[in-house]
Design a protein around this ligand. Structure first.
Ligand code: HEC
Length: 119
C-alpha cells in the first residue's frame, strides 16, 4: 500500500513538472505567427476579442486580456485551445496545430496578457 502511494506521489509530481516544463518551452515569437494565422480574425490583434470576424459571431470571442483569462492557469487555457469551447465558434485546435504550436501561442498570449497567479 505504501509503495503504491509513493509511486502515485512521484507520478503526480513528475506529471506536473512535465506540464510546466512544456509550457515554459513555448516560444512567444513563433506563437505570434500562429496567433495571427489562426486566432486574430476572432480574438483581434490586441487580443481583446474584437477581431474582424467577431462582429458576425453570436458568441463573442473571449477578451484574452481580461482578468478572467489572466486568472486561469496555463493548463486551463491549453485545454481550451486544444479542445475548444462547446457550442461556441471556438473550436478545438488539436490536430490543426501541433502541440508545440499550441504551447507557442499560449506563451504569446501570456507575453501580452501575463498570468495573475503562479501556475
Ligand atoms: C471563429 C472564431 C475564433 C477563432 C478563430 C478562435 N477563437 Fe478562441 N474563442 C472564440 C469564442 C467565441 C470564445 C468564447 C467562448 C465562450 O465564452 O463560450 C473563445 C474563447 C477562447 C479562450 C478562452 C476560454 C476561456 O477559458 O474562457 C481562449 C484561451 C481562446 N479562445 C484562445 C484561442 C486561440 C489561442 C485561438 C487560435 C489558435 C483561437 N482562440 C481562435 C472564438 C474564436
Amino acid at each position: 500500500m505504501k509503495t503504491v502511494f509513493v509511486t502515485l506521489v512521484i507520478l503526480v509530481f513528475a506529471a506536473t513538472s512535465w506540464v510546466s516544463a512544456q509550457v515554459l518551452r513555448g516560444n512567444p515569437k513563433e506563437g505570434q505567427v500562429v496567433y495571427e494565422k489562426n486566432c486574430l480574425r476572432c480574438h483581434g490583434n490586441k487580443l481583446d476579442g474584437n477581431g474582424p470576424d467577431s462582429r458576425d459571431l453570436i458568441v463573442r470571442p473571449a477578451n484574452l486580456q481580461s482578468p478572467l483569462i489572466r486568472a486561469k492557469t496555463d493548463w486551463e487555457l491549453l485545454v481550451t485551445i486544444s479542445n475548444g469551447v462547446l457550442f461556441s465558434p471556438m473550436h478545438g485546435f488539436r490536430g490543426k496545430l501541433t502541440d508545440q504550436h499550441m504551447l507557442d501561442v499560449l506563451s504569446y498570449i501570456r507575453s501580452v496578457s501575463p498570468a495573475d497567479i503562479v501556475s
